[in-house]
Design a protein around this ligand. Structure first.
Ligand SMILES: [Zn+2]
Length: 254
């Protein structure tokens, strides 16, 4: 591994640990869950080991190939690693995957009701959230590919009575997808107590998932909220759009 690659991999591992901490602190990832990211220019990805996600450190992160074989790191890798291999194989357009068992998302996945893009957070899922009908552990390559087929080109898939899998353009992006899905399900369940949720009809909305590639608001907020990094370091890394630009225009250019 060249030195440049090593620095890049160490940066990814550090961000992976931060992502796991944020998902845990947000109550989205419980004692079981994993987050992966591709190693650029290789057929491998990084993933946290098979124990409580918020306990892992940078040196515990494992490197796994797309056959699901651990090639670096102490292990053991999660039994559900095939979720990541299946999805990373089927979705060359994304680089990061989360699997976890968030409460409201699991409840929504059991209802015969679709996720409705009723507000700007839920709009992320305007293209729908499909359901994988099985609740078993996705612990074989075949099951991983079947789950990836159920996901299709969406941002997330419900695993009936079990959990969810989510995808994103980066570690930060997939963490936001996971958190937004849980908030969407929580709020839709609340809304359904009073009315039937209706989709937004504003034709000038941003495309679903706009802003995930440069999450200059949500991620700094979460990092500060959970004391993940010093404020100065967070501020130094923020890349806001130019003053006066409209969010919908900026996002179209990305
Ligand atoms: Zn699971």
């Amino acid at each position: 591994v060249a030195d440049g690659n090593r620095a890049e991999i160490n940066d990814l591992k550090k961000r992976l640990i931060e992502g796991l901490q944020i998902l845990t602190d947000e109550g989205v990832m419980t004692f079981v869950g994993h987050l992966s990211v591709r190693v650029p220019g290789t057929d491998t990805f990084l993933i946290n080991p098979r124990y409580a996600a918020n306990v892992a450190d940078v040196e515990d992160i494992c490197t796994v190939d797309l056959n699901g074989r651990r090639v670096d790191g102490p292990g053991p890798i999660p039994g559900e690693t095939p979720i990541h291999t299946g999805i990373l194989l089927r979705r060359p357009d994304i680089s990061s995957v989360v699997h976890c068992h968030p409460r409201s998302s699991v409840i929504m996945g059991l209802l015969s009701v679709d996720v409705v893009p009723f507000n700007i957070v839920a709009h992320t899922f305007a293209d729908g959230v499909p359901t994988y009908p099985e609740s078993h552990q996705v612990d074989t390559m075949d099951r991983g590919l079947n789950l990836a087929d159920a996901l299709g080109d969406h941002f997330a898939v419900f695993q009936r009575g079990h959990g969810i899998a989510a995808v994103g353009p980066s570690i930060e992006g997939v963490c936001l997808v996971t958190i937004r899905l849980e908030h969407t399900c929580r709020d839709q369940l609340e809304l359904m107590r009073y009315t039937t949720p209706q989709p937004l009809t504003d034709p000038d909305m941003t495309r679903p998932g706009a802003g995930l590639a440069n999450p200059y608001r949500e991620r700094p907020y979460l990092m500060q909220k959970h004391h993940i990094r010093p404020k100065e370091e967070i501020k130094a890394a923020i890349r806001p759009p130019v003053e006066g630009s409209r969010s919908r225009d900026t996002h179209r250019q990305q």
